[in-house]
Structures are given as C-alpha cells and as structure tokens.
Design a protein around this ligand. Structure first.
Ligand SMILES: Cc1cc2nc3c(=O)[nH]c(=O)nc-3n(C[C@H](O)[C@H](O)[C@H](O)COP(=O)(O)OP(=O)(O)OC[C@H]3O[C@@H](n4cnc5c(N)ncnc54)[C@H](O)[C@@H]3O)c2cc1C
Length: 261
C-alpha cells in the first residue's frame, strides 16, 4: 500500500503587510493579504522528497483556515502535492491552539495517514506546539525539529541539530514529524506544476464532517482569551550622532543608557 503523507500547512498573514487585531482581539484577516507560511514550505518539500524516494506515496496537504486559505493549498499543490483538504467553518473563528490541534487531528484521521509532516512553527502564532499536540491526539510517536528526514521501510529517521549535540532519531510509522528551515531549500512551483495544480482535488470539510461540536472550538471553546491588544507605537526617527572626535564615547553612553552594556 502506498505511503500516505499528510502535510499540515498554515495560511498566515503576510508579515510584510500591516497586521492588526480586529475588535474581538482576533487577527484581522481582512486588512492584510495571506500566504502559505514560509516555514511550511519546508514541510511540503520534505514530504515531496520522501514521496519521490519511496516511489509509491501520496502527499495530501491539509489546512484549517478561512476561504482564502485555498491559496496556501494551491501553492503546495503547485509544488507537487497530490491532493488537498481544506477545513473551513465560520465557527472556527477564534479557535486557539488546543482547538486547532483537535480539528487537524480529526481531519488527519479522516484522510488516513502513515506520516504527518509539520513545519517547525507557524510564522504568525509561532508556538511550535501543534506537532506535539497532534502526536498526543493521534496516539503516535513524534520526532520534531528535524533538519534531515527520511523514511526507510516502516520507520521515519531524522537528524535534530541542537546547540550541544546532534541527535539521530527514529520512530515507527505512523508518526508525526516537524522539520526546520535547515532541512533544505523548498522548490519553486514550475509553470507545469501551477497548471497541474488547478486540476488537483481539494476536499472541503466543515466541523460537522469531522464530528466536532461548534462549542468545542471557536472563541467559546478556547482555553485562553486575549483580553486586550495594543498596537505597537510607530517607530520614531533615530538619533544621529555626528562623530567630531567624541562619537565612540557618545555611542557607549547611548548603549549604557539603554542598558545594552
Ligand atoms: C480561522 C482561524 C481563526 C483563529 N483565531 C484564533 C484566535 O483568535 N486566537 C488564537 O489563539 N488562535 C486562533 N487561531 C488558531 C491559531 O491561529 C493557530 O492556528 C493555532 O493556535 C496554532 O498555533 P500556531 O500557529 O502557533 O502553530 P504552531 O504550533 O507554531 O505550528 C506548527 C505547525 O503546525 C501546523 N499548523 C499550525 N496551524 C495550522 C493550521 N491552521 N492549519 C494547518 N496546519 C497548521 C503547521 O505545519 C505549522 O508549521 C485561529 C485559527 C483559525 C484557522
């Protein structure tokens, strides 16, 4: 039977855009364009590499997100994934990480999987905890933060580069892995890939399809609440010090005043 790989990809607000919170302290998605999280492109790349090495694998990309999250799925499909699953439901608005992991886990179970591949963190929430939560919810091992990953038979093997040591890790399939931005450059979609992606299947699921009640997720079901959010003040012009022989001293004084030294 072919190797079933599910890659979790998140549609995130463009970090170069003007990001802000809406009145209910959730991300204002209307004020900024979104895109496939750059860190999840590494996950797609590694999944495609594993599929190519296996010769008999199917790569499904999965997202939980609003209508526009389809753009993230299309990008992953144009890179070479075979099919996509989009979980979208108005009641998902305001869901925290606990709820997001519950939705992802149900969708992964429904899709069927041998290997789940995640990024190391999203570029907006940046918690980096979804892989561990999925491992717990799916009842399978996790091997996270890998800078190298491959599948041999029924085992996933990888390398995790830490500050003090390099670990070689492995787990039996089915399993969850996350890969870092050191795992290898993600490929650019080719023109052929972009055209082919338009015809690839995208399955849409809502909470009902996954057997999840609306009050288990959304703002009502969230374990945490954002009480308030204050925009960071606009940056002010810096101080320019002309070096007329005292520049070094003034620089040192400035650094000391800011408690950098
Ligand atoms: C419509 C919507 C509204 C939301 N509103 C809120 C809110 O108001 N408050 C709040 O706290 N949270 C909210 N969330 C959840 C939040 O945006 C994050 O998705 C969630 O908390 C995961 O945390 P993270 O991004 O830090 O994930 P991390 O743990 O940093 O992500 C690690 C990896 O998990 C996978 N992953 C993470 N999120 C997704 C996803 N959505 N789809 C597919 N793969 C994913 C990716 O592979 C990613 O690289 C909302 C989510 C959605 C979809």
């Amino acid at each position: 039977m072919s190797l079933r790989i599910v890659v979790c990809v998140k549609y995130v607000p463009d970090a170069t855009g003007d990001r802000r919170f809406a009145d209910d302290n959730t991300t204002d998605r209307d004020s900024v364009d979104g895109l496939l999280s750059e860190l999840d492109e590494y996950g797609v790349e590694q999944a495609l590499k594993i599929a190519e090495a296996s010769g008999d694998a199917e790569v499904t990309v999965l997202t939980v997100g609003p209508d526009d999250a389809k753009d993230a799925l299309r990008k992953a499909l144009s890179m070479g994934a075979d099919k996509a699953v989009h979980v979208n439901d108005d009641d998902i608005h305001g869901t925290d990480v606990i709820g997001t992991s519950a939705i992802l886990a149900k969708a992964i179970e429904k899709t069927g999987f041998d290997l789940v591949v995640c990024g190391m963190a999203s570029t907006d929430g940046t918690m980096g905890v979804i892989p561990a939560l999925l491992s717990e919810r799916l009842g399978v091992p996790q091997v996270t933060l890998l800078s190298e990953v491959g599948v041999e038979g029924g085992t996933v093997k990888g390398r995790r580069d830490g500050d003090a040591a390099t670990e070689l890790l492995e787990a039996s399939l089915p399993a969850v892995v996350s890969v870092t931005d050191q795992s290898g450059e993600a490929r650019y979609p080719s023109f052929k890939g972009i055209m082919a992606a338009k015809k690839k299947p995208v399955e849409s699921l809502d909470l009902d399809d996954l057997g999840i009640e609306a009050d288990e997720v959304g703002l009502a079901g969230a374990w945490t609440a954002v009480d308030s959010a204050t925009a960071r003040p606009a940056r002010t012009a810096g101080t320019i010090v002309k070096d007329e022989g005292e520049g070094g001293k003034q620089l040192a004084e400035f650094l000391a005043s800011q408690k950098f030294i």
